[in-house]
Design a protein around this ligand. Structure first.
Ligand code: F6R
Length: 612
């Protein structure tokens, strides 16, 4: 949601900023802009719509300069027009902003009464005016930004420039992500790492309430509240730029689906000790005694990460007998949750920046719970806030629709389930070794699923892609997989799709079935196969087409009872979710591709949901 880029150095930076913005496109946006200081004046170009429109504006009227900021805006206050696009200017100052200024009405009224005039409907323009007002009171840019931010309430990451001070780029963070890239004679700013990865791997993640002053010679850090300087923690990122590129695939999503064998392998690497039947979880700051002492676990997450949490619930309860609840962070945070120090809270998030999950974490920590983050982004807000972490090693996920993050989250939760089982004595090392062996065979089984010819999915997309409504059904861990299949379909192809526990069919959803509503039934051979087969029959009996996702022995049993079958390899029930997730992703991908929707950046969606 909104992307920020900043540069100060010796290179002409318009293209560098535009390229950085392209690498932030996945965050979702609907207008964009850039401001560069040239010979003591601002050159500002803005455009509604995609970055190509901004590139066009820059070709029409090129700009050059060695200090600048850029922004992709995801509209919150005011429609996505050129006038509302950032950067916003007031006097000698321009500002870009990610987040929401909650007290914008009060501040705007105050500024209007003082004679300030506004040219946009955004809350951001107010920040530019506040900084400009402080400049007018005689403060330098850095102090002016700090004093302006003390008047602002809300979530923000901002970057500001002053045309009379082309040696200084100031940025600050409160809630929305911001990373500083440290280069040689040049320094960078971005909302996310891939945007600056080709320039530097040395980064500092700003924490809440911190600001940075970038100059060509280096960066200095201070607290917004006091102005007091501090020494930052510099981290070296080991992602290569190629990891954030499309690598020959038509879409990031397809590339990321195909990266899953590698991503799951990386998530398991150096954590599984088959010979001893144990797991070692770096980042877990809990002893076995502490793990054994919890009375309950609560998993909090949103969207796809919530679905991974639901799979985790089955695994943790089965392996460790620890009761688990899985909660939508957006609901949980407002519910005065019943948690305390006896409850292990597991926060699952790809980005580590999801506002609802962050707020839910704070809520549980204030009640004494230990929070373990299952997260993909090192240094993200959720990782920094949590008491422990279990990193997924999916690598950068660019496509808005989450795929490899999902399977790596399940892998991390599987490891945690085994760890808990061992600590609580419900698993003996011998049994744990078997479960871990099943887990390390998952990447090659995923490879097998990925070998299914694309033509099978293309044919299904042609046959069912014009449906206006679809159902996804499953039992056991196939239920969250059905939910995930429905979510992928609706977000990518805008088809109304519902996921249900297959056993719920007869309690209502079966009324939806007719010839126009195809159902995807996740029914691998295993403990739930026979029951789910009955659901296939009930659906067919009402004229509904069925796409069965099953194993070879399941396909044999189903025979012609389904209209189409997608096959995954036979595997134990506790690893089946990894395998059935893949056809869900590929089917949704191919339907979207058939419909010609924007696969990597579906409408109205943002990769990193940093506002409520
Ligand atoms: C769907 C999707 C979203 C995210 C959700 C949570 O494909 O990607 O539903 O899963 O916005 O995001 P994270 O995991 O970053 O907290």
């Amino acid at each position: 949601m909104c992307g920020i880029i900043g540069y100060i150095g010796t290179e002409d930076c318009a293209n560098l900023i535009l390229e950085g913005l392209r690498r932030l496109e996945y965050r979702g946006y609907d207008s964009a802009g850039i401001a560069i200081i040239t010979d003591g004046r601002f050159e500002i170009r803005r455009a509604a719509g995609k970055l190509d429109r901004l590139a066009e504006a820059l070709r029409g009227e090129p700009v050059s300069g060695t200090i600048g900021i850029g922004h992709t805006r995801w509209a919150t206050h005011g429609p996505p027009t050129e006038l509302n696009a950032h950067p916003h200017r007031a006097g000698d100052v321009v500002v870009v902003h990610n987040g929401i200024i909650e007290n914008h009405r009060v501040l705007k009224a105050e500024l209007l009464a003082e004679g300030h005039t506004f040219s946009s409907e955004t809350d951001t323009e107010i920040v530019a005016h506040l900084v400009s007002r402080e400049r007018g009171r005689g403060h330098g840019l850095v102090e002016a930004v700090r004093l302006a931010l003390l008047q602002v309430h809300g979530a923000y990451a901002i970057a500001a420039l002053d045309r009379t001070d082309p040696e200084t780029l100031v940025a600050a963070k409160n809630a929305s992500p911001l990373v500083v890239g440290l280069g040689d004679g040049a320094n960078y700013l971005a909302s996310d790492i891939p945007a600056i990865l080709q320039h530097t791997r040395r980064v500092v993640f700003l924490d809440e309430g911190q600001m940075v002053v970038l100059r060509r010679s280096g960066a200095t850090f201070q607290h917004i509240a006091t102005g007091a300087p501090f020494e930052p923690k510099v981290q070296v990122i080991n992602w290569t730029p190629a990891m954030a590129e499309k690598g020959g695939y038509r879409h990031f999503m397809l590339k990321e689906i195909h990266e899953q064998p590698r991503a799951v392998t990386d998530t398991l690497r150096e954590r599984v000790r088959i010979e001893r039947g144990t797991v070692e979880l770096d980042g877990l700051n809990l002893t076995d005694e502490q793990l054994a002492g919890f009375s309950r676990a609560v998993i909090i997450a949103c969207g796809t990460s919530w679905h991974a949490g639901l799979v985790g619930e089955y695994l943790i309860e089965q392996f460790s007998r620890l009761p688990v609840e899985v909660e939508l962070a957006s609901e949980f945070r407002y519910r005065e949750p019943c948690v305390d120090e006896k409850v292990l809270v597991i926060a699952v998030s790809q980005s580590g920046e999801t506002a609802d999950t962050l707020a839910a974490i704070k809520e549980t920590q204030s009640r004494g719970s230990h929070v373990l983050a299952v997260c993909n982004v090192v240094g993200s807000s959720i990782v920094r806030l949590s008491n422990s972490n279990l990193m997924t090693h999916a690598g950068p996920e660019v496509s808005v629709a989450s795929t490899k993050a999902f399977t790596t989250q399940i892998a991390a939760l599987y490891l945690l389930a085994v760890k808990l089982g061992l600590a609580r004595g419900t698993l003996q090392p011998g049994r744990a070794a078997v479960l871990l062996q099943d887990l390390i065979e998952v990447p090659s089984a995923i490879e097998t699923v990925l070998e299914t010819p694309a033509s099978e999915y293309v044919a299904l997309a042609r046959r069912f892609g014009n449906a206006t409504s679809m159902l996804y059904l499953g039992r056991g861990t196939s239920f969250p997989i059905a939910l995930e299949g429905a979510l992928k379909t609706k977000e990518l192809s805008y088809i109304h799709a519902e996921g249900y526990a297959a056993g719920e069919m007869k309690h209502g959803p079966i009324a939806l079935i007719d010839e126009s509503v195809p159902s995807v039934v996740v029914c691998p051979m295993g403990p739930h196969f026979d029951k789910t087969l009955s659901n296939v029959a009930e659906t067919r009996a009402r004229g509904g087409a069925v796409i069965a996702v099953t194993t070879p022995s399941g396909a044999e049993r189903i025979g012609s009872d389904a209209d189409a079958v997608l096959v995954v390899p036979e595997a134990p029930d506790h690893v089946m979710a990894f395998l059935t997730a893949i056809p869900m992703q590929l089917l949704a991908y191919h339907i979207a591709d058939f419909k010609g929707t924007d696969v990597d950046q579906p409408r109205n969606l943002a990769k990193s949901v940093t506002v409520e």
